[in-house]
Design a protein around this ligand. Sequence first.
Ligand code: PEP
Length: 254
Amino acid sequence: MRKKIVAGNWKMNMDYEQGLSLFSEVVNMAHDEVTGKQHIVVCSPFIHLHSLVQLAKGNIKVSVGAQNAHQAESGAYTGETSAKMIHSTGAEYVILGHSERRQYFGETNELLAKKTDTALANGLKPIFCIGETLQERETNVHFDVIKTQLEEGVFHLSEEQFGQVVLAYEPVWAIGTGVTATSAQAQEIHVFIRKEIAKKYGQELADSTTILYGGSCNAKNAGDLFGQPDIDGGLIGGASLKSRDFIDIAKTFN
Ligand code: PEP
């Protein structure tokens, strides 16, 4: 059985107190209401990480992650945060390759490959995001785009390293837009991704890789999406900012 994960991406939201309060609600609700084997990951801004890890202690259903990490181990990179620093807070995951980082910060597949290496070398599990823009889908190059993102971003990893990676298929046109991919569209891409993994690493590793869907996922559409055989959970943006909505999405797997 593949690991089922519902991961929240708070993006640049929540001041320190708001973040602690939201996370406390998530932890309590997860404790009381999440009855399946699904795992919850909350990816917060850096300022919250250490405190959230403390709040999650003793709750095996909830982990904490960051939303970015620098590719270098350490050094003169003013304003940046290293994977080692993130790991030292007790956080376990890091989102890499989110389309907002690709779009607004010019992160390329080549750079993301380096970030992935550094994250893994420092004990973090990458949640590696891939996905096409609307224009790429409309011009029918979406499969090529996703294949290239995989090949250049993560397919240089060893089998052992790749086994630590969670993938997230996030069509850019569905992120924060209220437009969700249909479950059939998402399933089609997840099957494609799994086939590419199988070609590179073999069927066994492909079958055990967790592939999340992200893009305007909410409590109403999560059942349909997560009901698809190759969709192993979600990366949730907007709906992760409300504990009730986020937990209701996670409860889809109960
Ligand atoms: C995201 O930012 O990863 C995301 C999926 O956002 P939203 O759920 O708001 O579309």
